[in-house]
Design a protein around this ligand. Structure first.
Ligand SMILES: Cc1cc2nc3c(=O)[nH]c(=O)nc-3n(C[C@H](O)[C@H](O)[C@H](O)COP(=O)(O)OP(=O)(O)OC[C@H]3O[C@@H](n4cnc5c(N)ncnc54)[C@H](O)[C@@H]3O)c2cc1C
Length: 417
């Protein structure tokens, strides 16, 4: 929606592919951090240790105490691709080790924590454990990287380009009193969290280029955005936002899927089979299939290239054409239809940005196999874009990246290039 309003987007090529318990999507953090469990290939080999040298190919070139999420996937994927899967979380050894120093009561308590961890945020995983007779102290559980997610948090940083806080970057080159000189200029345009469209704000997952926030950070950012909005409204009492279209035009556009249904529903006897319309569910499958098979989805182990992106581009164009024939048999489907319109645009932005960034900056999240390297010289930048809803064209461009923290202080040795 922000893209259609002309707001500048940022890092839409970026995505998040978490390693999770297979089929149920259960979180792994508690197992790694609290229970000190190790992940291993099907033959019991710790792939993080075994494939450690692969970390030297990418910044920070083996220097990070904890390798980035995408690089952990990168090392895991090698095992999967070379046929040493499935990957397992070794819950058995972890719990046995804990039992050496803890009392049986304490171990039981920890086991309860493991179940609670799933019940707290991913109840389905408990269903898998129950359904597959998995007792974590007796049977290991499979892990695998998930399908890609587009988000502006939790190590994903795609989203909208917004104004930073006023103490981060002055609007002009002269700087602001009290603002340290090394901070980038022009990263604040007065109202925290305002997009490049005047009066349009976002927060949390809507904000790109700031991937190190989570649920709580999104909530905090929502409060900051709300304060920015109030300030904007108080400063601009005369602003009266207006739509480009008339109310009648907007209503006609919103109801189109319902109209498609009412017009053609009696043409066939099977409500879902009709040459004149497509159900939102089927259209969503088609979108997922295009993205999965051509834009670095699970189907290709997250690989894509310029040619595959070209095919995706063509197929997305046709999908957009056919989307005009989506039907809505009730309000629920109307909601789904509209989710699809916006998803297609988001998917298209993702594809265009991957096309534009001629390197593979996030190995393990996706690879452009025709540019399978990190190019620090040309691509240590933000990739931003603007969508023109009239011409339906995307324009991608680079924005300079500025380190807020002196990198040389983070890593002990200089990186080999
Ligand atoms: C796979 C994954 C794993 C994650 N794991 C964790 C984790 O373990 N811990 C953690 O802290 N965070 C985690 N996060 C991050 C966390 O989920 C997000 O940071 C947080 O949900 C962002 O909050 P938000 O309010 O910005 O967006 P959302 O929670 O997405 O809220 C946006 C809401 O707007 C609604 N909406 C959209 N369009 C419209 C419309 N047109 N009209 C009305 N409503 C609309 C949506 O339905 C949605 O409810 C994870 C995220 C993902 C994707």
């Amino acid at each position: 929606m922000a893209a259609e309003a002309g707001a500048e987007l940022t890092m839409m090529e970026n995505r998040f592919v978490p390693a999770r318990f297979k089929d149920g999507y259960g979180p792994v953090g508690a197992w790694f951090l609290l229970f000190k469990a190790k992940a291993a290939n099907a033959y019991g080999e710790d792939y993080m240790a075994k494939n450690k040298d692969m970390l030297n190919d990418y910044p920070p070139y083996g220097q990070a105490a904890v390798p980035a999420s995408c690089l952990r996937n990168h090392l895991m994927l090698k095992e999967m691709k070379e046929g040493r899967g499935p990957i397992y979380m070794d819950t058995v050894t972890a719990l046995a080790k804990l039992a050496e120093t803890l009392s049986p009561k304490e171990v039981k308590h920890l086991e309860a924590e493991a179940w609670e961890d799933f019940l707290d945020m991913c109840i389905g995983q408990c269903g898998i454990w129950v359904g597959e007779n998995i007792e974590p102290e007796k049977k290991m559980s499979e892990l695998m990287p998930t399908e890609p997610y587009l988000l502006g948090s939790h190590s994903g940083c795609c989203g909208i380009w917004v104004s930073g806080p006023t103490d981060l970057g002055a609007p002009t080159d002269e700087g602001l009193p009290g603002v340290p000189d090394h901070l980038p200029k022009g990263w604040s345009w007065g109202y925290r969290s305002m997009t490049t469209v005047k009066g349009l704000f976002t927060a949390g997952d809507g904000v790109g280029a700031s991937g190190h926030k989570f649920s709580s950070g999104s909530h905090a950012e929502g409060r900051m955005a709300a304060k920015g909005m109030v300030k904007y409204v108080l400063d601009n009492p005369d602003v009266k936002p207006e739509f480009d279209e008339t109310p009648e035009e907007i209503a006609a556009a919103i109801w189109k899927p319902a109209k498609n249904f009412l017009e053609f529903k009696d043409y066939t006897t099977a409500i879902d089979v009709n040459p004149n319309y497509i159900t939102p569910k089927m259209l969503q499958f088609r979108l997922q299939k295009i993205m999965d098979e051509y834009v670095a989805g699970c189907a290709t182990y997250y690989n894509t290239n310029d040619k595959m992106l070209g095919v995706a581009e063509e197929k997305l164009e046709m999908l957009k054409e056919d989307a005009q024939k989506m039907r809505a048999k009730d309000l629920h489907e109307l909601l789904r239809a509209w989710e699809n319109y916006h998803r297609i645009l988001t998917a298209e932005a993702h594809m265009k940005h991957i096309q534009f960034r001629e390197e593979s900056r996030y190995p393990g999240f996706y690879y452009r196999t025709d540019k399978n390297f990190v190019d620090e010289e040309n691509w240590h930048v933000f990739v931003n874009s603007i969508y023109d809803k009239k011409s339906k064209k995307w324009t991608c461009f680079k924005r300079k990246h500025v380190d807020l923290v002196d990198k040389s202080k983070l890593f002990k040795a200089a990186a080999p290039h």
